[in-house]
Design a binder for this molecule. Sequence first.
Ligand code: SAM
Length: 245
Amino acid sequence: MNKYRPHGVTPEQVENGQMRTFGNYMKNLALTEAELKGKSILDVGANSANFGDVAARFGASVVSVDASRPEGWQDVLEGESKKLFAVAAENLVLKDRLGLAQESQFDMVLSHYSTPYVLVNDGQDSTGRWKEQKSPEELVRYLYDHSFQSLENIFLHIKAGGKAVVYPLFLDLDSTEAVHVDFGNGEHRNVAQFNSIIHSVLNNLRSKYQDHFDLHLEKVPQAKEGYDLTRLVIMRRPMISNYER
Ligand SMILES: C[S@@+](CC[C@H](N)C(=O)[O-])C[C@H]1O[C@@H](n2cnc3c(N)ncnc32)[C@H](O)[C@@H]1O
């Protein structure tokens, strides 16, 4: 079993849902416990904030946001694991909800099995057909706009010297695009069209922000051969002081 187990946590605790989510984030986003300590983190598409609750125990200060609001959940505006519901990545403005004068930026911004992955996961039925009743052109525009806006907002919430990690995407680094992705339950989705949209989103973000950010894709091998996934890592360059110019 390749389960991530944080220091001082028993195997029984790993079985607990919160710990399991935390372990998946650490493994899939290639994070270390040491890098959580003292860091500010924004988790985009955090659901009920399982990751943030545990990361706060490891010394991080986390703001978790989600487009929906799990039934009965209220925002949590105090402490080291804050939670804001009904905040979509495409319209990511935190300052008003957090009562701040300026928009916050974070050491790390994370998106785990959320945006833009959910556009495929939620947008297609189990046979891989798009549920949206749109013309092919409208569908491409919709997927492009939602991916661009959410990834741009992720960018803009990274502090100088910080990073964002987005997982999973389906882009294959070997240029043999992984066009069929195993979504579990025997579902094999064709993500070729989505991949080409993500390629153009990343190219356009690269040229728009080339002085500030470095983007790269890392292959994340999966147990089943031929279905590797991809992690997008965005590094925001540190500010250059006047002395170094
Ligand atoms: C599969 S769950 C992943 C939850 C959590 N990140 C995890 O890995 O356990 C996807 C989450 O993304 C949220 N979501 C979907 N679209 C979103 C968007 N545009 N902006 C923010 N959150 C979104 C959903 O409400 C859902 O809670």
